[in-house]
Design a protein around this ligand. Structure first.
Ligand SMILES: NC(=O)c1ccc[n+]([C@@H]2O[C@H](COP(=O)([O-])OP(=O)(O)OC[C@H]3O[C@@H](n4cnc5c(N)ncnc54)[C@H](OP(=O)(O)O)[C@@H]3O)[C@@H](O)[C@H]2O)c1
Length: 258
């Protein structure tokens, strides 16, 4: 399936999705950014064409909107006449947090086919989590195909997007903090910093894989590490004493409500 994909906004998230899309050599990428330097740098890494907005919108079959929410209204104003002049088939894919499909359509002035996604930055290494709501039935299969190297996909009702965003969109930052803290502890114990980060990150990767591949509840897997009278349960006791679980729950809810 040879499709043309336009990425408007090649920052952290748009750039990560473009990286994922570039793993399928059949995809033709158009990279558009307000200051083109970022798009030029990305092109040097993944290929594709650095383009002006008008050219990308005109040529693309799939238009990814990757700008910050605050910038979206002015971008929509710019592309509104371009879309009005464009012939089907095409679909708009929005990653903009907090902006509903209905709101985006009203900003664009027409009920275009839209797929709203909530991705995360690990898509750039093929291990992302993408929640999506489709108001573009005929295009969903094509979207899932061209982005198949991004990671896992989960269709959700649009009202659940914010909850999903707080867990998987913001989650990488929380995990990064956790890994950094684990590595600090490793350094305190004498491990060189680089080794401490590798050990901590690989442990998180492996634990996540074990949860997904075993299908077991995380509590059961935790119990399997905690030998009676052993060392791990003492660590668990300390985490509970310091409010670890409550801190994580409150962090996710704060992100959802922000
Ligand atoms: N970061 C995440 O993990 C994450 C996760 C899920 C969803 N999202 C969503 O993804 C969107 C982008 O977030 P981000 O973190 O990637 O932000 P970011 O790194 O600031 O990227 C936004 C990009 O949009 C560009 N831009 C601004 N106005 C533009 C225009 N009119 N035309 C073309 N490009 C334009 C900016 O270019 P300049 O640098 O030149 O201004 C910047 O490169 C947001 O809506 C956010 O809600 C982000």
């Amino acid at each position: 399936m040879n499709l043309k994909l336009a990425f408007i906004g090649t920052g952290n998230m748009g750039g990560a999705l473009a990286r994922a899309a570039s793993r399928d050599p059949e995809n033709d990428l158009f990279l558009v950014n307000r200051h083109p330097e970022k798009a030029i740098k990305l092109q040097a890494e993944i290929g594709g064409t650095v383009a002006e907005c008008a050219e990308a919108v005109e040529k693309a079959d799939m238009i990814f909107l990757g700008v910050k929410p605050v910038v979206l209204p002015s971008l929509c104003e710019t592309i509104r006449p371009m879309l009005a002049a464009k012939k089907y088939p095409f679909v708009i894919v929005t990653m903009v947090a907090g902006v509903s499909i209905a709101k985006l359509r009203s900003l664009l002035g027409a009920d275009y086919p839209v797929i709203r996604i909530m991705p995360n930055t690990p898509v750039s290494v093929g291990e992302g989590m993408i929640l999506y709501t489709s108001a573009a039935e005929n295009y969903t299969k094509g979207f899932l195909h061209v982005m198949r190297y991004a990671g896992k996909f989960l269709p959700v009702e649009e009202r659940l997007m914010e909850a999903g965003m707080a867990v998987s969109g913001c989650g990488p930052a929380f995990v990064d903090l956790f890994v950094e803290a684990l590595a600090d502890a490793g350094v305190a114990g004498g491990l060189p910093r680089k080794d401490a980060i590798t050990v901590a990150a690989q442990m998180v990767l492996g634990s996540a894989k074990l949860i997904l591949e075993s299908g077991k509840h995380p509590g059961e897997l935790k119990d399997a590490v905690c030998s009676p009278g052993g060392t791990t349960i003492q660590g668990v006791r300390k985490l509970e004493e310091k409010g670890f679980r409550s801190a994580v729950i409150e962090a996710v809810i704060a992100a959802k409500d922000a």
